[in-house]
Design a binder for this molecule. Sequence first.
Ligand SMILES: [Zn+2]
Length: 285
Amino acid sequence: MNIIEKVKFIVFTISACTLLSCGKDGSSPSNTNSPSISDPTTPVVINEHIHSSLPADWINEYNTIMTILKNLLPLYQTYYNSIDIYAWNDKVTDPYPGIDGGAYISVKNNDDHQKLFVIEVNNDEFLWNHINRYSVIAHEYFHVYQISLSENKLSDRDSPKWLTEGGAKVFEEMYVNQYYGKDSLKNDLKRTEMWSKKVLKKPSLYEKHKTSNKRGMDILMVKPGLAYLDIIYRLREESELPIAAYNVSGEYSMVKAAAQRGWIDERTIVLETLLRCIRYSSIPV
Ligand SMILES: [Zn+2]
């Protein structure tokens, strides 16, 4: 695996999904600071504004998805009272005054207790039968669920983006897997056109570790640890944050399997693996 592939991989490890999800900058979790309410037993009121530009079969599927999601991840008025959902097809000009296009979560009337949930579906997604026209619903719903559980953390602009976006992307992926038998994330990774050509000449553009500590990050994690010792080494040179080398299950099972066959001494290899990771991150032993 060459360095560019490794950098691509590490981008996914460290800043998971920020490239692939929400379509509006600075959109998802809101950043106003209203006093918290706390009523963890009353369901959040959901007002739906589904535009006639959307095909009937999308609206049917939207209703099915929302029924599943509300049942699976119920929303209570712990931190906000209501959500106004606006959805339309981007072939029409933004039809709701004051509601910008995109796919994002925001606040209504500058009131943090009223959330805005906007889905402007790209018309091409209907023409190409793209799963994103449905998975975006699960993705954005997961954000309002996150906010219903942890308003303060998610309102903090300095929170790690990978935590909010990564969680939503993984949930979206699980939903698409379970209900449509598709692997959107795996397919996205295969679509090299999604990667900017600039990154091939300047991979550092996609390396997020330099800004990570400004987004509330207090540790850098590299995985699989042993395969990326060179990345650990480079991070150590450029960052003072603690570095964790994550020895993934595949690495672990390789060692286990080889030890079972008597090819290696398990204890020696485990200690050697540990030592290598430590040595490359320059932690004094
Ligand atoms: Zn998102």
